[in-house]
Design a protein. Structure first.
Length: 515
C-alpha cells in the first residue's frame, strides 16, 4: 500500500526550519520525503496537504490510560489531538502487580479496574493489550510504587533483603516482557517510605535492558530542589537516563524562585548524565485527594475532621502541604461519584455554600468516596510554566487522568497538545512551531528510547498528522472539560488513516516495546 502526502509544509520533528515537500508512505513506513519524482505518485493514494502542515504523530510519554485502553470508546480523545503514541505506567502507579492497597490511589488516576483484567505482571498487561484493538500505539513502564505495594503493602518499614530481591525480580520480568523503563512515584504511599538506595537498587535492573527512569518526585513545592537532587542521585546510582515528570514549581511563595534553583541543579547534572524533563501546558495540576494528606495520616481518622485539621496545619520537612502553600480556594474537587455537585468546585466555594468548615468537607468526601476522589490544584504560575517550556530538553506531555467519569477529568486529558499550538505558538509566541513540534515528537520519543518514531524520516514508522495550525482548538478548560479538541484533520497511524472528518476510522496501533 502506497500513500503520497503532497505539497504540505513539512515540520519533521527535528526542530529544523519547515519546508514544502511530499511524504511517500509504503506500507507502515516512510519511504521518501521532499521533492519527489512524478513516478512516486504511481499507484498511490494521494492526500493533498497544500496549505496545511505535515508533522510526525505526537508522542505522549505520560498518559495514565492503563485501564482506559480497554474502554470501548478509547482513541477519540487521543487522535483528536494528534496523539499517535501514548505511554502508560507513569508516576509509579500501575495496575500490575495488582494490589488492593493501591485501589484508593489508582482509582482517581486510572479509573476502576475492568472486571475481566487479571494483572499480576507487566507481561499479563502486554498479553491483554495484544488482544485489544488499538487505535494508537501503546507502550508501558513498570511502576515502582505499585511494585513496593505488591511486595509489602503500605508498610513503612525498610525492604528486607528478601523483599528487595522480589522487587528486582518483578522489575526484571517486566523489562524482559518489553517495558520501556521504570517509573517512580515518590510522592505517593508506599514509595514515599523508600530510600534512595532501595529505589536505585530496584531500578538498576532496568539498565540492563536500555530502559529509562521516570520520576514523579517527592515534592514539587518547598522541597523541589532537594527532591530533584534525590532523583538525580537515584538515576546516577542506577546508571539510568532520567526523565523528571511534569517538572514544575508549586506554592505561591515559591513562584519565580524555586524553578530557577531546580533548573540549575539539573543543568549541572546534565554535564555528566542524561536528564530530560517534561511539562503540561497548564498552571493547575491534578492528582488524588489522598495526596493532600500527610503520608502517615491513617485511614481510620478520615472521619475525624479535627484530626485532619491538626495534620493539615503543620509544615513538613519532606512532604508538601498544599493546604498551607495554596489555600482551599486553589483546591478543586473532581472525579467524584457520590458528591457530584462538588465536581469542579473549590473547597472554599463549597464551604461558602454549605457553611461547613473545609476540614469537614474533605473528611466527608474522603469517607463518602472511600478515598477515591480527585483534585485539581491550581499550584503553578504561568510564568514558571513558560520557563520550563523553553528548556531545550523539555518535552510536552498530557499527564492525562482517566477517572471513571471522564467528563470531570483535568482539561489536559482532552486538550494538552492543541493548546501548545494555539497558546504557546500562535498566541503568546513562547515557542516557534518547529520547537513545539520537536517537543511533542522527537524529544519524547528519544527520552524513552522509542525507536523509529517521532520524526518524518525515511525508514521511520508512518505516524503522521496533517492539519492547519490556526484551526486547532483546545476546547476543554478548567470551567468546562470533557470536550474533544478540534482541527486535527487527518492522522495516520502506521501508514493507515486512523482519524479523519472528526472520527476514528481504524485500529492500526501496535504495542511499543524496548526491543
Amino acid at each position: 500500500m502506497k500513500t503520497l502526502i503532497q505539497s504540505g509544509l513539512i515540520i519533521d520533528g527535528s526542530g529544523n526550519e519547515p519546508y514544502i515537500g511530499d511524504v511517500l508512505i509504503v506500507d507502515d513506513k516512510i519511504s521518501a520525503i521532499g521533492k519527489l519524482p512524478t513516478n512516486a505518485k504511481e499507484n498511490a493514494i494521494n492526500i493533498n496537504a497544500n496549505g496545511r502542515v505535515v508533522t510526525p504523530g505526537f508522542v505522549d510519554i505520560h498518559r495514565h490510560a492503563d485501564y482506559a485502553v480497554f474502554r470501548d470508546n478509547f482513541g477519540a480523545i487521543e487522535l483528536a489531538q494528534g496523539i499517535t503514541t501514548a505511554i502508560t505506567g507513569s508516576c509509579g502507579l500501575t495496575p500490575y502487580p495488582y494490589s488492593p492497597d493501591m485501589a484508593d490511589t489508582l482509582s482517581p488516576v486510572l479509573g476502576e479496574k475492568p472486571h475481566f483484567l487479571v494483572l499480576d505482571s507487566f507481561a499479563a498487561y502486554e498479553d491483554a493489550l495484544s488482544s485489544q484493538p488499538l487505535p494508537i500505539n501503546i507502550g508501558g513502564m513498570i511502576g515502582s510504587c505499585s511494585i513496593r505495594a505488591g511486595v509489602k503493602g503500605l508498610d513503612s518499614t525498610a525492604f528486607t533483603k528478601q523483599e528487595i530481591e522480589i522487587a528486582k525480580h518483578i522489575t526484571d520480568d517486566g523489562m524482559a516482557a518489553g517495558a520501556l523503563g521504570i517509573s517512580l512515584g515518590i510522592m505517593y504511599k508506599p514509595e514515599c517510605y523508600s530510600t534512595v538506595q532501595e529505589m536505585a537498587e530496584v531500578s538498576r535492573v532496568a539498565a540492563q535492558y536500555g530502559g529509562t527512569l521516570t520520576a514523579h518526585i517527592r515534592g514539587e513545592g518547598d522541597s523541589l530542589v532537594q527532591s530533584v537532587q534525590e532523583v538525580i542521585d537515584i538515576a546516577q546510582r542506577a546508571d539510568l537516563p532520567l526523565q523528571i515528570s511534569h517538572f514544575k514549581c508549586c506554592g505561591t511563595e515559591n513562584w519565580g524562585k524555586g524553578i530557577y534553583s531546580a533548573i540549575e541543579v539539573i543543568n549541572n547534572a546534565r554535564k555528566n548524565h542524561q536528564i530530560g524533563v517534561d511539562f503540561y501546558p497548564y498552571a493547575g495540576g491534578a492528582t488524588s485527594l489522598l495526596s493532600l494528606l500527610p503520608p502517615e495520616f491513617p485511614r481510620n481518622l478520615w472521619a475525624d475532621a479535627s484530626a485532619l485539621k491538626s495534620a493539615l496545619l503543620l509544615k513538613y520537612e519532606n512532604w508538601d502541604n498544599y493546604v498551607m502553600s495554596l489555600g482551599f480556594e486553589r483546591i478543586v474537587l473532581n472525579s467524584l461519584a457520590k458528591f457530584i455537585d462538588y465536581n469542579g468546585k473549590n473547597v472554599a466555594e463549597i464551604c461558602a455554600d454549605s457553611g461547613e468548615c473545609p476540614y469537614s468537607v474533605i473528611s466527608k468526601v474522603l469517607v463518602g468516596e472511600e478515598g477515591r476522589a480527585g483534585v485539581i490544584v491550581m499550584s503553578m504560575s504561568s510564568e514558571d510554566v513558560d520557563i520550563v517550556a523553553k528548556l531545550p530538553y523539555a518535552s510536552v506531555i498530557s499527564d492525562a487522568l482517566y477517572p471513571q467519569n471522564i467528563q470531570t477529568a483535568h482539561p489536559r486529558t482532552f486538550s494538552a497538545f492543541p493548546k501548545i499550538i494555539r497558546d504557546f505558538v500562535l498566541g503568546r509566541q513562547v515557542l516557534t512551531i518547529q520547537e513545539a513540534i520537536k517537543k511533542m515528537t522527537m524529544l519524547p520519543a528519544q527520552a524513552l528510547n522509542i525507536r523509529n518514531r517521532g520524526l518524518l524520516k525515511p525508514g521511520y514508522f508512518a505516524d503522521v498528522n496533517i492539519f492547519s495550525p490556526e484551526n486547532l482548538k483546545d476546547n476543554s478548560n478548567f470551567t468546562q472539560s470533557g470536550l474533544l479538541a478540534q482541527g486535527m484533520e487527518d492522522v495516520i497511524v502506521n501508514g493507515k488513516l486512523a482519524w479523519t472528518n472528526g472520527q476514528v476510522c481504524g485500529n492500526y496501533g501496535v504495542t511499543i516495546k524496548n526491543m
